[in-house]
Design a protein around this ligand. Sequence first.
Ligand SMILES: [Zn+2]
Length: 403
Amino acid sequence: MLIAGLLFQPDSKPRGLVPGWLLVQAATILDVGTGPPPARPDLGGDDCCIFPGFIDAHVHLPQFDSIGVAGLELLDWLEKVIFPAESRWEDPAFAADMAERATDELISFGTTAFAAYGTVHSESVRQAMTQVASRHVRALFGPSLMDRNAPPNLCYLADDQIEALSRFTTLDRVEPAVTPRFAVACSPDLMTQAAQLARARGWAIQTHLAETHAELALVSSLFAGRPYTQVYEDCGLLTPRTILAHGIHLDDAQRALLHQRGCTLAHCPTANRFLHAGAMDRAATLAGGVRLALGSDVAGGPDRSMVRVARAMIETAWSLGHEAPSARDCFHLITRGNAEALGWSNCGRLAPSFEADLVVIRPTITLDKHPDPLGALLHGWDDRWIQQTVVAGVVEYDIRWRA
Ligand SMILES: [Zn+2]
């Protein structure tokens, strides 16, 4: 398959977009060239831009039917909206159907890879995983582990959850992830066993950290006043493959610990705004040497588009009076940056031997003489520009299907 257009190449100065073409064979980018394509392209054209597929470092597949319930604080929202929604995943057929819908939805927004949470129901998550894998997306995915401070039907025994998770295996490009939901809903025993399993298998760990003040107070009361990050450290959960969502209310000592352990913070600016959780200090996080990823956190965040999530990262920095990342930084973060943070070495770049995940867009705004074409794309982004999303060399979304 030959694809042509303005290729996103973040290292190319000054514009970050280079006219060129890509040759895709099976699931891999075989060759990349600049200038006119060697033959008539199968996808794209002079008026198109080609980006690596977008990557979402934090998303909840069981929450796609709960998008947009506004006005509640995190713990209230979990109790009133999310836990009832997640209870529906007790039915594996419902879970599989919803995972398929959610994956297709993400692909239609240009997302080709993600780190996702399921629910506590391991059999349902296993069947959901099969649906996710059927779309060839690259993913980290696992059941949300919980054994306390949630409705009884969503709390399982720690031993049972770890035993069930230990039977998960990688399916196509979907890798199991050890996913203790957050310290409020997990006993020290559950978190310690989860960390041991992750270490034994080399699996990624994903959890939440320091999203709201009420959550912080609860963690402090549950863990004898230990700092939130230290609670995870005590259980062995902080590893170079650990992704912690939010990290809004942290001090420098906790950031230093995350840096020492090589962890990643998944910044979720649309969710932080939607649930009024606060503004994550990106500058302090980076100054502390903590690796940063970016996530939609659907349904805490209402937006599925990683481009708009990236735009919200800029707006959050502005709201704090800090220097904001450039549009180039944003597009790099939601492609190669997130790939590196999630441990995917051959994903997120338009380069030979990389996995063939990409988005073909046809912008309706003129980029020719624009002083910052990537800024024009980021701030003027319109999902209707997306022509095709290619996942592992397969066209999984095509705007013509909508005609
Ligand atoms: Zn989340």
